[in-house]
Ligand binder design. Sequence first.
Ligand code: SF4
Ligand code: SF4
Length: 302
Amino acid sequence: MLRVRLHGRGGQGIKTASQVLGTAAFLSGFQAQDFPLYGAERRGAPIVAFTRIDKEPILERGPIAIPDLILVGDETLLEDSQAAPICGADALTTLLVNSEKDPKDLREKQLLPTVPVTFELTKLCLKHLNAGMILSTALAAAAARLTGMIPLENLIEAVEIELADIPPEKLRKNLDLVREVFELLDPVVFKEREEGEYSPSRLMILEQKEVRDAAPLITATGNMNLRKTGNWRIHRPEIDFEECNHCMICYARCPEGVIKEDVEGKPEIDYDHCKGCMICAQECPKHAIKTLWEMDYEPQSQ
Ligand code: SF4
Ligand code: SF4
């Protein structure tokens, strides 16, 4: 069985990527199972989705603890201990990260168990879709190609099935993207894990837990501030004070309430909690808020 885990953020199409991969595998003659896991949070929150592919019926259920293939759609997740995209990876795991960094540098910096494949999916999405945030078909194409089990024509058919509701022109652009991603990657040879190496039994018996054990119980008050959602950001808003006229419209429109007025009456962004939705940039009448890539941002030394 090939176990694939896809990590990304809400809005990036991670669930759709796992669906396209599952459908493409099914069209290629395999059994497939795909499903996402996400909490109550919204755009920007870490999301994980799973796809299992096998020649035999798949009796295994639940999240994949030891993946053969991990795809990380957003590099910032590598530093998010709650998303933990590398959890369960070992030397047999193939890891693809949407990044332009050198694979060896990334492995060293993030203490990865294996040298990752780094691949600039965002740039390809921008080129074809003019949207670097929507990674669904690109991630599915990368996963399908790396498995070496799925022919391009089956992947194309899977995209047509799963994205049947989008306008034809958008679908065409997604198919061009899929073809390019497929062309640029090479399949990986996966070593089959020994029976029992993954789990003691082919059928996992899920135990019914008490509700209090199954979900976190929050008893403290006023602790929302401790959850630093700033590391969810893909884009970083930066105010150009040469242009800003201090109208504070951004303060009023920020859905997270993370823009405040400083002592001089100027807007100040709380980057510990700003999620990078960029609504402030769209709403600013002076176009004074620039959109930067978070991964390109170098903090100034004090
Ligand atoms: S909306 Fe634009 S011009 Fe107004 S305070 Fe915010 S950044 Fe400045
Ligand atoms: S990007 Fe702008 S609107 Fe969105 S959370 Fe950050 S400060 Fe608020």
